[in-house]
Design a protein around this ligand. Structure first.
Ligand code: HEC
Length: 441
């Protein structure tokens, strides 16, 4: 906004005056820029609230578009990407020169130039995916201090590929976006022994399912069930609002065998009274490949949530405009210490609605290294996404590595201490890590 105003003042005629023949025009300068950075979301049928795909739309929304870009809220990419913390594939963000170009175009009167046919950026689409879905379900808030307005429900889903494959990407579409707060997809082997060591996963799932015959699935605060009995092989689906389509890096995938199932955990939030009685059937479009060069694994450590399983849960003090929680996990704790190394392909920070800032650091005890891995300055619950490291700058973790996460929250509207938990009114301090195993492992 400020940049815009200054530009207007500096060039007296700029904001109202006629178009300068030498300045940027929509046809030659702006359309390609918008097509590259904005139009996949901002067109008919796109997820953006306005359109930017024709001259008329771009002209009418030009001031807002430039302002949103200068403020850094659009395109939605909130991890610091100025080289001070992590080096990310940030193809969507604008360079200083591109921001300047947009501001100048607006300031000089939003000229069209010589009209010409502009190719329309296609809407994002995941090709070759198979469609799976959760049953039509009417969530009910479960109550209690950890889930006052929430229900976590797990549904077993047959993947139906009929053979051993690898998951290489997915597109998750909530049936009712008002109530679906996140979805995790666990890969479970029904024949594997469950964590109670006495029954198979299949037996545990059957017993859970039979407890509520009139409702599909079973409750699952935490992992694939409340108690963490079901032994999980991997978590290839980690969806939260704003994420869009996920395509794993080229040549990489998560093993999904013929005899394994997907268990989808859906977090329904019913805090808004208007959503009571809502029903949802969430669609998972899953892409698989017959072979990959490197296997991927997903970890979802959260040191704040972990305190619920110790003696005394950690709490966040109320009435604080800023209060932090930090945790560290070693390679052993993460379960990667027996591997020669793993490469971190991407990270996805996750907190709930009190989140303000998030920072992850990679540490290495043998090298004494302490590197900033991802930093978010203005957390937005509605825009959670995977941030992919650029090839050549992938963090590599070994048995000597550990990860440290610091979450900063605003509890100024809370009058009581805030507990960690899975409900939207509780807090989390979680990071999803997409890890690539060495080739051949
Ligand atoms: C990944 C999809 C995506 C991309 C890429 C994207 N936007 Fe958006 N944009 C959205 C969504 C969704 C909204 C609706 C508000 C929200 O949910 O935050 C939005 C809102 C906006 C708004 C606010 C409209 C209002 O309601 O007042 C402006 C302006 C805007 N975007 C401009 C841009 C510009 C300019 C670009 C490219 C430089 C861009 N956006 C790139 C998804 C996107």
């Amino acid at each position: 906004m400020r940049t815009l105003l200054l530009l207007c003042l500096a060039a007296a005629s700029a904001c109202t005056g006629p178009t300068s023949p030498t300045g940027p025009t929509y046809s030659t300068d702006i359309a390609p820029l918008l097509a590259d950075k904005c139009v996949r979301c901002h067109q008919q049928g796109g997820i953006g609230s306005i359109r930017l795909d024709t001259y008329e739309h771009a002209k009418n929304n030009g001031v807002a578009a430039s302002a949103a870009v200068q403020l850094g809220v659009m395109p939605p990419f909130y991890a610091r990407h100025d080289g001070t913390c992590g080096d990310f594939v940030d193809g969507e963000t604008l360079t200083a020169a591109q921001k300047e170009l947009l501001a100048t175009w607006v300031a000089e009167g939003l000229a069209e130039g010589t009209p010409k046919e502009q190719p329309l950026t296609p809407l994002p689409h995941l090709d070759g995916a198979r469609e799976l879905s959760t049953p039509l379900f009417a969530p009910v808030a479960q109550g209690g201090t950890l889930a006052a307005a929430d229900e976590y429900r797990c549904f077993p889903i047959a993947h139906g590929t009929g053979r051993d494959t690898f998951v290489t990407g997915y597109d998750l579409q909530p049936g009712d976006a008002r109530v679906v707060h996140h979805v995790l997809g666990f890969i479970v082997d029904p024949a594997r022994m469950s964590r109670d060591g006495m029954r198979t996963n299949a037996a545990v799932m059957q017993a859970l399912d039979e407890q509520s015959p009139s409702r599909d699935g079973w409750p699952c605060f935490g992992q694939a069930d409340d108690q963490g009995l079901i032994a999980i092989d991997s978590v290839p689906v980690d969806w939260a609002p704003g994420q869009g389509i996920i395509e794993y890096p080229e040549g990489m995938g998560v093993p999904l065998r013929r005899d394994q199932l997907l268990v989808l955990q859906v977090h329904y939030n019913l805090a808004d009274p208007a959503t009571h009685g809502a029903t949802d059937s969430t669609k998972l479009r899953l892409r698989t490949a017959d072979s990959v060069e490197r296997k991927l694994a997903f970890l979802t450590p959260d040191g704040l949530l972990d305190t619920l399983f110790g003696g005394q849960p950690a709490t966040l003090p109320p009435l604080a405009a800023s209060t932090t929680f930090s945790w560290t996990a070693s390679a052993t704790k993460l379960g990667i210490s027996s591997l020669p190394y793993v490469d971190v392909m991407a990270v996805m920070p996750h907190m709930h609605e009190r989140g303000r800032k998030f920072e992850l650091r990679w540490k290495d005890s043998s090298a004494g290294a302490d590197t900033c891995g991802v930093h978010i300055d203005a957390w937005d619950f509605h825009w959670q996404r995977m941030y992919y490291y650029r090839e050549g700058s992938l963090p590599r973790l070994t048995a000597q590595s550990s990860v440290q996460v610091t979450c900063d929250y605003d509890t100024s509207r809370d009058t009581m201490a805030v507990l960690p938990g899975w409900g939207t009114r509780n807090e989390m301090c979680l990071v999803v890590m997409m890890l690539a195993f060495p080739p051949g492992i």
